[in-house]
Design a protein around this ligand. Structure first.
Ligand code: BG6
Length: 477
């Protein structure tokens, strides 16, 4: 960062941005789309800050052409977006041609603009009708998901080469079915465990299905990670807290995907808390499931926002690491959470009180590469990284978001540190292109490189967006 010499990126490194269907599209009940679990959840009092919902969001469904033009202006090479299950197969049932056609038009628009489409099949918006039948706790949902994936592939397989099955299964399982913070807002350890297994199985079965259709597809999954450090590396309780956070957040997904087994230490930790939940979970693992889950993947998407300094014992009122973002009553998303506490280490923080810890990204990429991806022949990309700040529109009508610009530069620098140490990182996607509906935070938190005025839907490129465009043009930091 201090060096004045530009730091180049590898010649084939891809620069992109990420979004998700529910967070930007709006048109929630248009052209045949029916309710997803998030449409239902946003109607639960207190579930979302200010009672916001995403019925309109960024109105991207109607403005996608302008948004793609904006991406082209910024020089973006690739765009990571998700398709909405509720649009493509409303209620998880028959194919909705109008829904499929929207994505087909979007992909054509991207290709015309010279932008590589990077598609995610599940960014959390399951049809509510399937949730009524148990959602991810119901094994049948796995087959419904594979059908839906097949429909999307039928329509777009000729033009989309990069396919991500799931975005952040930790959020879709433990944060949603155990922590209660995301839809469907349940607080059950057993449900979180079952959901995690069925999500992973849906991933594995989809990889098998798409691979059998086309061996040339680039198939993968996106996981969210944390870097859990013990407050005092000499204190066994702190070291154990870090092990448990890492195990429940990272290894719970990494191990089955790469090694075909759930981490035994974590299974035993959870058994000590809720033996019945673990026995339900174990009986949900059928013969062949782990082989499917560990089907080879080409790309592992790494999402990184912040790390976690944790202690194993702390004052009773210290915050539980990973606790709810909103005031809504919930529980920790960690089944085995007793005694795990976040510790302040004086790092700068974003508007969500998340630490800014770029060095954690370098360590994370090295670790995932060494321990998991390299041995499997899998490539890495940073599929999300970004920050919310309380942006202000200046008298000049612009957004001088120096804090976000700094965040972006620091994290790109951290990616280059990993690349230079031999990690095969193929791309970086800033979260997000636009300010958008940030789940439990509603519209209260802004992550975009582009500001959205929710009254007029006007888009304004922030200083951070201009800086990203400069970096992309120079292919150097
Ligand atoms: C990731 C998600 O967890 O973080 C995004 O994949 C999300 O969809 C982003 O918007 C920011 O998180 P949050 O909870 O602040 O919206």
């Amino acid at each position: 960062m201090t060096s004045m010499t530009p730091r180049p990126f590898p010649h084939d490194f891809l620069f992109g941005v990420a979004t998700a269907a529910y967070q930007i599209e709006g048109a929630a009940f248009e052209d045949g789309r029916t309710a997803s679990i998030w449409d239902a959840f946003t109607r639960v009092p207190g579930a979302v800050v200010n009672g916001d919902n995403a019925d309109v969001a960024c109105d991207h469904y109607h403005r996608y052409r302008d948004d793609v033009a904006l991406m082209k202006d910024l020089g973006l090479q690739t765009y990571r977006f998700s398709t909405s299950w509720s649009r493509v197969r409303p209620d998880g049932g028959a194919v909705n041609r109008a829904g499929v056609d929207f994505y087909s038009r979007l992909v054509d628009e991207l290709l015309d603009a010279g932008i590589l489409p990077w598609l995610t099949l599940y960014h959390w918006d399951m049809p509510q009708a399937l949730q009524d039948a148990g959602g991810w706790t119901n094994r049948d949902t796995v087959e419904r998901f594979v059908e839906y994936a097949g429909t999307v592939h039928d329509a777009l397989g000729d033009r989309v080469g990069v396919w991500t099955t799931l975005n952040e299964p930790w959020c879709a399982s433990f944060l949603s079915y155990t922590g209660g913070e995301h839809a469907p807002g349940h607080t059950s350890i057993a449900e979180g465990l079952l959901a995690s297994h069925h999500l992973l199985l849906a991933h594995g079965r989809t990889v098998e299905e798409l691979r059998s259709r086309d061996a040339n597809l680039n198939l993968g999954i996106t996981l969210n990670h944390t870097v859990a450090d013990p407050a005092d590396p000499q204190n066994p309780a702190d070291v154990d807290a870090a092990r448990r956070v890492d195990g429940q957040f990272n290894r719970w997904f990494l191990d089955p995907i790469y090694r075909g087994a759930y981490p035994a230490d974590i299974v035993e930790d959870i058994r000590a808390v809720d033996p019945e939940a673990v026995s339900l979970f174990e009986s949900a693992i059928h013969e062949g499931d782990l082989a499917a889950i560990s089907a080879r993947i080409d790309t592992h998407g790494v999402n990184y926002y912040h790390g976690d300094l944790v202690a194993g014992s702390a004052p009773a009122d210290a915050p539980v690491s990973g606790g709810p973002a909103t005031a809504r009553p919930g529980r920790s998303p960690y089944p085995s959470d007793a005694g795990i506490h976040s510790v302040e280490r004086g790092l700068p923080r974003t508007a969500q009180n998340w630490e800014v810890q770029p060095e954690g990204l370098t360590r994370l990429l090295r670790r995932v590469w060494e321990e998991y991806a390299r041995p499997a022949g899998t490539m890495l990309s940073v599929t999300e990284n970004g920050a919310a700040y309380d942006d202000v529109v200046g008298d000049d009508g612009l957004v001088h978001d120096d804090d976000r610009t700094r965040f972006l530069r620091l994290h790109l620098d951290a990616v280059l540190d990993a690349v230079e140490s031999g990690v095969d990182v193929r791309g970086y996607f800033y979260w997000s292109l636009l300010d958008n509906f940030e789940w439990a935070w509603g519209y209260d938190k802004r992550f975009g490189l582009v500001r959205v005025d929710y009254d007029t839907q006007e888009r304004t490129v922030k200083d951070s967006g201009r800086e990203y465009a400069r970096i992309i043009a120079a292919r150097a930091l």
